[in-house]
Design a protein around this ligand. Structure first.
Ligand SMILES: [Zn+2]
Ligand SMILES: [Zn+2]
Length: 136
């Protein structure tokens, strides 16, 4: 398979996701269609696609980079326990850019906002483990 075709495959696979997969996830999905593809190829293509603005690379999560196909500005929530990234569909505060521009002599083109906490599943698991402790 040639390079540009593989890049298309990577982009297509990512666009199937509404979550924010890592290169590993995209790789294991693509491998089923194309057993010759390597993790290095998938990662290189994701990085290239992010550099040319076709996709977004989320670097605020510790560990592996997460990628997403959705380019419009939006906020994220990160679970500090499992590292899951969720979109927060609240309105983006455009006035923040104006407010920040008072302190920046250059030009502000946007901002990222990341909320931290515990996701549903981890919260439920935590409650269960607390209940276990009570029994002791
Ligand atoms: Zn979690
Ligand atoms: Zn997102």
């Amino acid at each position: 398979m040639n390079y540009s075709r593989q890049r298309e495959e990577v982009l297509e696979q990512l666009s199937c996701h509404i979550d924010h997969p890592t290169a590993d996830v995209i790789y294991s999905e693509l491998r089923e269609k194309d057993p010759t593809i390597s993790l290095a190829t998938v990662y290189r293509n994701l990085k290239l696609l992010a550099q040319n603005g076709s996709i977004r690379r989320l670097t605020f999560v510790s560990g592996a980079d997460h990628f997403e196909h959705k380019l419009n500005p939006h906020y994220h929530f990160v679970c500090d326990f499992c590292g899951k990234v969720i979109d927060v569909p609240m309105q983006v505060a455009e006035t923040l850019d104006e407010a920040a521009s008072q302190y920046i002599s250059g030009k502000i083109t946007g901002h990222d906002l990341v909320f931290h906490g515990i996701c549903d599943e981890c919260k439920a698991a935590e409650k269960l483990s607390v209940r276990d402790d009570d029994r002791l």
